[in-house]
Design a protein around this ligand. Structure first.
Ligand code: CA
Length: 230
């Protein structure tokens, strides 16, 4: 579910947008002016902002700029009642991703929001295609694993196993959890193949390096965490 912050001082318009978005399954917070928007923005995480340009206490364009200076990634859609090229340009220059001229059809607003959220999903993947833990780096696109700048060759299963650890750092992963996620099977306590694979992986990412990364938690499983040296 996506969280949307709607900044709009006109009660009727705010209620109309809010109702429509909620019906589409979005969670919506409404702020009636710029100051309220900034307060709410700092206390919660939003996936998208809808900003009206004409606000009682500040210009939506200035608000956009203020938010951009704190958060470069969140998509921002500006609403403007003034169909003026100047306004659009200023909004986009201030960091808005798109704008919509009032009055608009709700379906158009929805289409713009969905497009921005889809684009955002791609951007996040672009920026986060690398998992890192201490001096260990795993690139999900190129499948290159490096520790302290040295490339490490892993088999496909070792790679998936390491990815699982790196997606859950400092959390104890049970053998059942690992079996399910890496091998897609139920764990059979009669076998020790997970321990065998964890040891293969340890040999490759720890041997010759300064510290241990994968630690055994007796009776529970394994955890990726900072080592105090070997
Ligand atoms: Ca307004």
């Amino acid at each position: 579910m996506h969280n949307i912050l709607l900044v709009e001082d006109e009660q009727k318009v705010a209620a109309f947008i809010c109702k429509g978005l909620k019906e589409q399954g979005y969670r919506v917070n409404v702020a009636n002016d710029g100051a309220a928007a900034l307060r709410v923005f700092h206390t919660a995480t939003f996936d998208l902002l809808v900003l009206d340009v004409m606000l009682p206490d500040m210009n939506g364009i200035d608000l956009c700029q203020k938010i951009r200076s704190k958060n470069s990634a969140v998509p921002i859609l500006m609403l403007t009642a003034l169909d003026e090229v100047q306004n659009k340009v200023a909004g986009l220059k201030a960091g808005a991703d798109d704008y919509l001229v009032k009055p608009f059809h709700f379906t158009e607003l929805l289409a713009r929001l969905e497009a921005l959220l889809r684009r955002q999903a791609v951007v996040q993947l672009n920026e986060n295609n690398t998992l890192t833990f201490e001096d260990l780096k795993l690139d999900l696109w190129t499948s290159i694993v490096e520790r302290a700048g040295k490339e490490i060759n892993l088999t496909a299963k070792e790679f998936t196993l390491l990815e699982l650890f790196m997606r859950h750092p400092n959390k104890v992963l049970s053998r059942e959890f690992i079996a399910e996620r890496v091998w897609n099977i139920d764990f059979d306590t009669g076998t020790n193949f997970i321990d065998v694979y964890v040891n293969y992986l340890r040999n490759k990412i720890e041997k010759g390096f300064k510290s241990k990364l994968i630690h055994t938690v007796i009776g529970m499983g394994y955890v990726l965490k900072s080592g105090s040296g070997k």
